[in-house]
Ligand binder design. Structure first.
Ligand SMILES: [Zn+2]
Length: 236
């Protein structure tokens, strides 16, 4: 279940699936924005780094499925959509409607980025495969947290995108809807289904939409391609 917390008085959301002993993690809201195309967000990053007691690594996402393991002498990772932390380290990744995925198992954590392109390439399954292949984890022992992203009611896509995503799950039913000749998809639901299909049993899904309801997060689609992002943050 997701719950609210604050860091330096600024709202964040966390999942109770991961204990702080396992991995410190949270999703920032608009109050603690770590990325803007035009503004310098260094003060907010410093707030988070002071709270964690560690310098944060981050990435430039390209809607791919490449995953990098973070290393202590490098804080920026070009063209990668997955950041893997082994034993020690801290990282954040930025989102504006796309699905943030946080994984944890036995002192290894990962943040993955799954927009529609990443989801069509089954980034959730690719991420699990990486953890299983590199560390020998059993899928049932891996915890997966799906962060805030655009909901099915808000995510109207073209027919081609709908068809691409439909192919990625064995049991698509409730994640896809045709309404008034428009196509809607539940990106969080599709990612959850991809995780279930590769044997993940422990999954927590954030109930909040980035576009509707309380404006807790940023929506690229509904805020005129905003240059601001909210972030998934993980530390081991
Ligand atoms: Zn919505």
């Amino acid at each position: 279940m997701f719950y609210f917390d604050t860091i330096a008085g600024k709202k964040v959301v966390r999942s109770d699936l991961l204990s702080k002993d396992e991995a410190e993690h949270f999703f920032t809201t608009r109050e603690l924005c770590l990325y803007s195309k035009t503004e310098d967000m260094t003060p907010n990053q410093k707030i988070v780094e002071n709270y964690l007691g560690k310098v944060l690594a981050t990435n430039k996402p390209v809607h791919g499925i490449h995953i990098e393991k973070i290393v202590s002498h490098k804080n920026f990772y070009e063209e990668t959509d997955g950041l893997l932390i082994e034993k020690v380290g801290a990282a954040f990744m930025n989102f504006g409607d796309c699905v943030p995925l946080i994984f944890y198992c036995d002192k290894v954590a990962m943040i993955s980025h799954a927009g529609w392109r990443g989801t069509a390439q089954s980034m959730a399954k690719v991420s699990v495969k990486k953890l299983v292949d590199a560390y020998g984890f059993k899928p049932k022992d891996i915890k997966a947290v799906i962060g805030p992203a655009i909901c099915k009611n808000c995510y109207n896509v073209g027919e081609e995108v709908y068809e691409e995503l439909y192919k990625t799950v064995a049991n698509p039913r409730e994640f896809f809807e045709k309404r008034d000749e428009k196509f809607f998809v539940d990106l969080k639901g599709i990612n959850k289904q991809q995780l279930i299909e590769c044997g993940i049993e422990q999954i927590d899904v954030c109930p909040y939409c980035t576009a509707c309801g309380e404006k807790l997060f940023f929506s690229y689609r509904y805020e005129n391609q905003t240059g601001y992002r909210h972030s998934a943050v993980v530390m081991l």
